[in-house]
Ligand binder design. Structure first.
Ligand code: CA
Length: 233
């Protein structure tokens, strides 16, 4: 099972006055599925923030009309929790401490490694977005986006009922654990176990057809004898 890096569709505001770095960053972010808006001054950055709230702010400090740290401080004063990653040539310990004290969530000194920057971008967005059951995931041949309520098998759209989606998310959140039919009935079906446990098996066999290469020899949705099921990561 894999969980997407989490940057897909993320709205990023990039504030950077250096043309070469800005275009490089725009491209790198777009390649990871982000929507990027750019600003080259503090004033433009404030304007862009007021128009639409991004999910992440990548902020240079040395800008033509002022210090990016002012914007950072203003946002934190206004109790805005927007994730902010500062990118700057100011690499001294004092500068880094000032950046973090000014409200930055993370601080990277130029020149930086693009892979490291992207890993930090992903981590900040994932942390901001993460709520159990809200991340897109892939099990076997099935890819599920719980928020959009969309699923595809080998790229082809498939219909998942509300209950099937709930069941999959439940198993994904407990991947590697044996989950009993009684647990599933209580937590997913919200019924007592006096209801036929057979109905769990019926749903599981339908999910196996979506997930597995061979539903009769499951790789991901395995049976646990005498207990129930386990989603194998
Ligand atoms: Ca600059």
């Amino acid at each position: 099972m894999t969980i997407d890096p989490g940057t897909q569709g993320a709205d990023v505001l990039l504030v950077e006055d250096d043309h070469t770095l800005r275009t490089t960053l725009e491209l790198a972010l777009q390649l990871r599925g982000c929507t990027v808006r750019s600003a080259t001054t503090l004033a433009r950055a404030r304007e862009a923030l007021s128009q639409r709230r991004p999910e992440l702010l990548l902020l240079d400090l040395g800008l033509p009309d002022g210090d990016g740290l002012e914007l950072c401080r203003d946002m934190r004063r206004a109790r805005d929790p927007l994730p902010i990653l500062v990118l700057t040539a100011r690499g001294t310990l004092e500068a880094r401490v000032a950046g973090l004290r000014g409200g930055a969530d993370d601080y990277l000194t130029k020149p930086f490694d693009m892979t490291e920057l992207m890993a930090r971008v992903e981590a900040l967005i994932r942390r901001a977005r993460w709520r159990p059951g809200h991340m897109a995931f892939t099990v076997g041949r099935l890819r599920v986006d719980p928020v959009a309520r969309q699923a595809t098998r080998d790229g082809e759209p498939v219909e998942l009922t509300e209950l099937e989606l709930k069941l999959l998310v439940y198993l994904v959140e407990r991947q590697g654990e044996a989950v009993s039919r009684a647990d599933l009935l209580r937590d997913v079906w919200a019924m007592s176990d006096t209801v036929q446990t057979r109905s769990v098996d019926v749903f599981m066999s339908r999910l196996r057809k979506l997930v597995e290469d061979d539903a009769t020899d499951p790789r991901w949705l395995q049976s646990v004898r005498g207990v129930g099921y386990r989603l194998v990561p």
